[in-house]
Design a protein around this ligand. Structure first.
Ligand SMILES: Nc1nc2c(c(=O)[nH]1)N[C@H]1C(S)=C(S)[C@@H](COP(=O)(O)OP(=O)(O)OC[C@H]3O[C@@H](n4cnc5c(=O)[nH]c(N)nc54)[C@H](O)[C@@H]3O)O[C@H]1N2
Ligand SMILES: Nc1nc2c(c(=O)[nH]1)N[C@H]1C(S)=C(S)[C@@H](COP(=O)(O)OP(=O)(O)OC[C@H]3O[C@@H](n4cnc5c(=O)[nH]c(N)nc54)[C@H](O)[C@@H]3O)O[C@H]1N2
Ligand code: SF4
Ligand SMILES: [Mo]
Length: 728
């Protein structure tokens, strides 16, 4: 395919989509490094990106699709044959149980391969099924719920560039490259911003790599974010630090908000959260004085109960300080490979956040502004309402909360299909495993990253970077691999269904909103490049123009936010009744810690693994442990009589896991931290010492679940730690 030598491409190990240089030798990618000729990322490439060649050439890479036979053994099957069999079962299921018996889970990797979401949505729509699941509802679903209940600002929030203050709540972007700092080389961007005087505030029970660089680090007990944010809002409103003119013009519900935050005095908040009053007050004042800057919530506050409320209060904090792009100011980006955005500086009204159609069998959950509750999918399978599950680039077995329930749910399916690049935990339970092309074997474009933008200036492109990357290498010799969208297309063809790709709407009155659906040619399968053309149809910059810049380029165009339309009467709602009622509940809720479970377990990420990926790559293995330790404060270790390296059992009310203890002075005392998506399958003979343990076993989908999105408590979970009996 490509000549030997160095070629620019886009990394697909994670959703950041860094431009990289790939060394191709003998038809294979052999080395990956940053691309200094690309703008915006400053030659950045993390260890995971550098390990991409090991992933593509791994001895355990799936080279052909697999089918589990009656004897439980997986045997190779051609992709075409697998599609025949899967399509036949889908047809049977729809005939017998109706279209909603067929579900698709588009996992984290669907954000690296831009065709997956649109093709999965099109197939379900053609089938008449509403059953689309994604990790969003076990990640940061509170964002979408809060945006629905509060409304929004068409021109978007203020951006990182030019901010005076930045508040990260429950995230560690210097390790995760999450959306709480711009993902394009976050360390470099943070250093530059701090140098020019920006103030960083971090709220995290751990003194993370990010918290260590903060001017103010609030290190609270986990699960207290709603109280802390309510306390900060109260300080701002009491001291008159809010943007009164902005509120008068654009916001409703201020009186209700004032009344509801009143009980959250610094004394009350700090007693609950274990903070010093002076620090809380300083954080609130520093944030409010800005004058520019944003508060961003990440996974930590979505996992610890009250995901929607915590994210709502983050957005309220931004709203009362008026942290939005005003008329005449440049918007973050008008789009590159998306249609042009030309938003107005005006409020978007609230809309319903839940009861949006499909109702699940369990716990009053259903379709919400964040999608269908993935945490309730297993119950839906156990209730016999989902019969066929196709999981693409996600790993329900490793990553979904409540491990035992997930295993039982998958077991109850008529057909479980896993599209993967290796025999992951999920693949090892699937009936059919579809072997996928990956990374540099397929062409891509920066539209994947851009689509993540969701109106958040740090979620997607923070500037007008655009890039196309052709396929550089052929899949391994002798393999029979398909792209995810080709598999979905193949199913639709066999089922005689048309596919019509739809794109999420954009701001009213702009080219994004009016983006028409695209009908895919079902007679002749399009090429991957033709699919990229479809995904970028109507883009501000034609794909052909982007292709003319092999290292990617900036395509600047200053678009200023238009003034509020004279007939706009919308207001953002900071006193939503459901949220205010939940805030009142916070006051009355019992302390989660009790004598039998004296510690709070938090989820945290480690740099050398990406959810359930990367564990088997030599380059990453050198950078960390192959298992997930139980990180415990040294003083807590001493009190428990545990030495670093000892075996401990971590038990919640729901389940228990084994782990090796590791001393971690960055933790608040009483908090222990572990990373998700480790561990093998029950009875597979692996030990926690080799592959770690799956902390999803500690979680109960019915424990402290969010009423809107269904996300259960996955952090701030009450646990006990006991010293395991010595192993024989
Ligand atoms: N290396 C690596 N990078 C990744 C991933 C990975 O697995 N590995 N996963 C990717 C994915 S899917 C995502 S969504 C992003 C997530 O990105 P982040 O949200 O930045 O993920 P974490 O680094 O786990 O940071 C969560 C932080 O929340 C803190 N926390 C826990 N409980 C609470 C609480 O109750 N309150 C507060 N305030 N903080 C709390 C934890 O101590 C932790 O530091 O990362 C992405 N990047
Ligand atoms: N306790 C706890 N649970 C959590 C979290 C936590 O912090 N704590 N984090 C939550 C979050 S934020 C998320 S996003 C979810 C993640 O949930 P998922 O997205 O379901 O989990 P991943 O492990 O990212 O699944 C990725 C799968 O894709 C496969 N894969 C890798 N590369 C490719 C590729 O190129 N193509 C294809 N087709 N497949 C590929 C991998 O082998 C793996 O099986 O987990 C959630 N669960
Ligand atoms: S941050 Fe993500 S996209 Fe960038 S090099 Fe690392 S793994 Fe690849
Ligand atoms: Mo995530």
């Amino acid at each position: 395919m490509s000549e030997p030598g160095l070629h620019p491409s886009i990394c697909r190990f994670c959703t950041v989509g860094c431009p990289v240089m790939v060394e191709v030798a003998e038809g294979r990618a052999v080395r990956v490094s940053g691309n200094r000729n690309s703008p915006t990322y400053f030659g950045f490439c993390c260890a995971k990106g550098q390990a991409a060649p090991e992933q593509l050439a791994h001895p355990d890479r799936l080279l052909t699709s697999q089918k589990r036979d009656a004897d439980g053994v997986y045997r190779p099957i051609s992709a075409e044959q697998a599609m025949d069999e899967v399509a036949a079962q889908i047809r049977r299921s729809v005939d017998q149980w109706g279209p909603d018996s067929v579900a698709i889970y588009v996992g984290t990797y669907s954000a690296c391969y831009p065709a997956v979401g649109p093709f999965a949505g099109a197939l379900l729509e053609a089938l008449g099924s509403r059953m689309m699941f994604s990790p969003n509802t076990i990640d940061q679903p509170g964002k979408d719920i809060a945006a629905a209940l509060l409304g929004g600002w068409e021109a978007g929030p203020q951006m990182f560039t030019g901010s005076d203050v930045w508040l990260v709540v429950g995230g560690n972007p210097l390790v995760s490259y999450s959306n709480s700092l711009p993902g394009q080389n976050p360390a470099r961007r943070l250093t530059d911003a701090l140098r020019r005087g920006m103030k960083l505030i971090v709220i995290d029970p751990r003194r993370t790599e990010t918290a260590a660089r903060a001017h103010i680090h609030l290190q609270p007990r986990p699960g207290e974010d709603a109280a802390i944010l309510a306390g900060m809002i109260r300080i701002i409103l009491t001291e008159g630090l809010e943007d009164a003119a902005f509120l008068a013009e654009n916001v409703a519900g201020l009186d209700a908000l004032r009344a509801m935050v009143e009980p959250f005095t610094p004394a009350l908040v700090c007693a609950r959260a274990g903070l010093a009053e002076a620090d809380l007050i300083a954080a609130a004042r520093t944030f409010a004085r800005g004058p520019r800057g944003l508060a961003v919530g990440v996974t930590g506050i979505n996992f610890s109960g009250r995901s929607s409320l915590a994210e709502y209060l983050v957005q309220v904090l931004n709203t009362i300080c008026g942290r939005f792009i005003r008329a005449g100011e440049p918007i973050v980006t008008p789009g590159v490979l998306l249609p042009r955005a030309a938003p107005r500086a005006q409020p978007r009204p609230p809309r319903p956040a839940r009861d949006l159609g499909y109702r699940m069998a369990s716990r009053g959950l259903g379709a919400s502004a964040a999608g269908l509750p993935t945490a309730a999918a297993a119950e839906e399978m156990l209730a016999g309402r989902i019969k066929v599950l196709i999981s693409i680039g996600g790993n329900p077995v490793a990553a979904w909360p409540d491990h035992p329930k997930v295993l039982a749910g998958l077991e109850a399916l008529d057909l479980f299909v896993q599209v993967d690049i290796r025999m992951s935990a999920a693949a090892r339970l699937a009936h059919h495993v579809i072997a996928a092309k990956a990374g540099f074997e397929v062409p891509t474009a920066s539209v994947a990253r851009e689509s993540l933008e969701r109106g958040n200036p740090v979620h997607g492109n923070i500037d007008t970077f655009g890039m196309y990357a052709p396929a550089l290498v052929e899949p391994p010799p002798g393999s029979d691999l398909v792209e995810e969208w080709e598999f979905l297309y193949g199913l639709a063809q066999r089922l005689g269904l048309p596919l019509s790709l739809r794109f999420p709407g954009g701001t009213k009155g702009t080219a994004r909103e009016s983006r028409p659906p695209i009908n895919v040619d079902m007679a002749v399968r399009p090429s991957s490049d033709a699919v990229l053309e479809m995904l970028t149809a109507g883009s501000r910059i034609p794909l052909a123009e982007v292709k003319a810049h092999p290292d990617g380029a900036l395509f600047p165009e200053e678009v200023l936010a238009a003034p509020k339309s004279p007939d706009c009467t919308a207001r953002m709602q900071v006193g939503d009744a459901a949220m205010m009622a939940e805030l009142a509940e916070v006051l009355a809720e019992p302390d989660p810690v009790e004598e039998a479970f004296p510690f709070l377990l938090v989820s945290r990420r480690m740099a050398h693994v990406y959810n359930s990926s990367g564990h088997d790559l030599p380059l990453l293995r050198r950078k960390g442990t192959p298992f997930n330790p139980a990180f415990i404060h040294p003083d807590d270790l001493a009190a428990l009589g545990v030495e670093p390296g000892d075996r401990v059992v971590v038990a919640s009310r729901h389940g228990e896991v084994e782990a090796l203890a590791e001393a971690d002075p960055s933790l608040r005392r009483g908090v222990i931290a572990m990373t998700h998506a480790f561990g093998g399958l029950p009875g597979d003979g692996t030990s926690y010492r080799e592959v770690g343990s799956n902390i999803a076993a500690l979680m109960d989908v019915a424990d402290g679940f969010d009423r809107h999105s269904g996300i259960p408590r996955m952090s701030g979970l009450a646990v006990r730690v006991t010293v395991g009996p010595p192993e024989g």
